[in-house]
Write a protein that binds this ligand. Sequence first.
Ligand SMILES: NC(=O)c1ccc[n+]([C@@H]2O[C@H](COP(=O)([O-])OP(=O)(O)OC[C@H]3O[C@@H](n4cnc5c(N)ncnc54)[C@H](O)[C@@H]3O)[C@@H](O)[C@H]2O)c1
Length: 350
Amino acid sequence: MRFLVTGHTGFKGAWLSLLLSSLGHEVSGIALDPLPGSLFERARVGELLVDDVRLDIRDAAGLRSAVADSGADAVIHLAAQALVRESYRDPRTTYETNAIGTLNVLEAVAGASGIEAALIITTDKVYRNVDRLEGYREDEPLGGDDPYSASKAMADILTQSWVKSFPGVPTAIARAGNVIGGGDVSKDRLLVDLIAGFTSGVPNPIRRPDAVRPWQHVLDCVSGYLALVHAQLAGNADGAWNFGPDAGNYQTVREIADAAAAHWGGDAAWVDDSHGEHPHEAALLTLDPGKAQAGLGWRNELPFPQSLVWTLDWHRSVESGADPRSVTLRQIEAFTALRSVPWLEGAQWR
Ligand SMILES: NC(=O)c1ccc[n+]([C@@H]2O[C@H](COP(=O)([O-])OP(=O)(O)OC[C@H]3O[C@@H](n4cnc5c(N)ncnc54)[C@H](O)[C@@H]3O)[C@@H](O)[C@H]2O)c1
């Protein structure tokens, strides 16, 4: 199979590209340049790709020809301005990239030949948040109080309307929550900032220690994306799908920060900055993963403590000189050995 991954230079995109390539698939990518020190660079992901196109998805004409030239069987659209805080700084770029960029992807997929499935990645933040503990189900109303959440809800609604208005390539939507894993370098992400604080010795300020999130290892999340594409190719998986951990894995930011500091050891610490001035972010947001569990046979494999240990160990190994690609591939191998599922076996794809 040949996969086209948009956003392949980002955090999830690099993990997904390495997973796909380790399963024997061909991968091509469309994205902006990677951030300095990114997993994409450190694990030399570019060497494994059949095509590595650097293009702004707001460029509709450029995207149409890049998608048509990709020869892809399936497209996974991850490219986005993915940070809430950055969306307050630059709302226009966030809306244009996340909403209009998704329209451009849908148009480009419709105009290409040979694509059998398209998967649009949105987020748990698309749900209209009423601060309740129970997870949101796929048929509940969407909303978005900050520019990032609203832009992704726009992408989600746009995709739903596109599918109804212009049926053609089977197109589904995947919604997942906050992911953790080795090699993330984006600013304002909890574990990235915590690890930077542990290694520099300057404890990181935490702005919302009591926020609750359905934390998930990036491999569980991208495994969900592959489960969905695998089912799309079998012809029965349109619509929106949540990929989140079970309720037992909900954690407060404080619990995560404490557990991370304890596992890191030494003087590792963080500081409570909840009294500072911060833009609005949801305090509580969880997903009901029942549809993906029943409909796809997907489930979250790594309990939260193990996800945290894998993430911290990735950083420790790499900081002490191990090759980032080897460390990442070892974790991919360990993950795929946890349970035998068709979408994580290369031979099961055609
Ligand atoms: N990381 C999380 O916790 C999380 C949670 C929920 C949803 N998501 C979603 O998952 C997807 C991937 O997130 P990530 O964490 O890997 O983000 P990331 O910021 O690490 O990567 C973003 C990717 O999108 C690309 N991109 C950004 N703007 C672009 C543009 N205008 N044109 C072309 N490419 C562009 C970047 O080059 C990069 O490859 C996003 O759609 C994001 O909204 C992420």
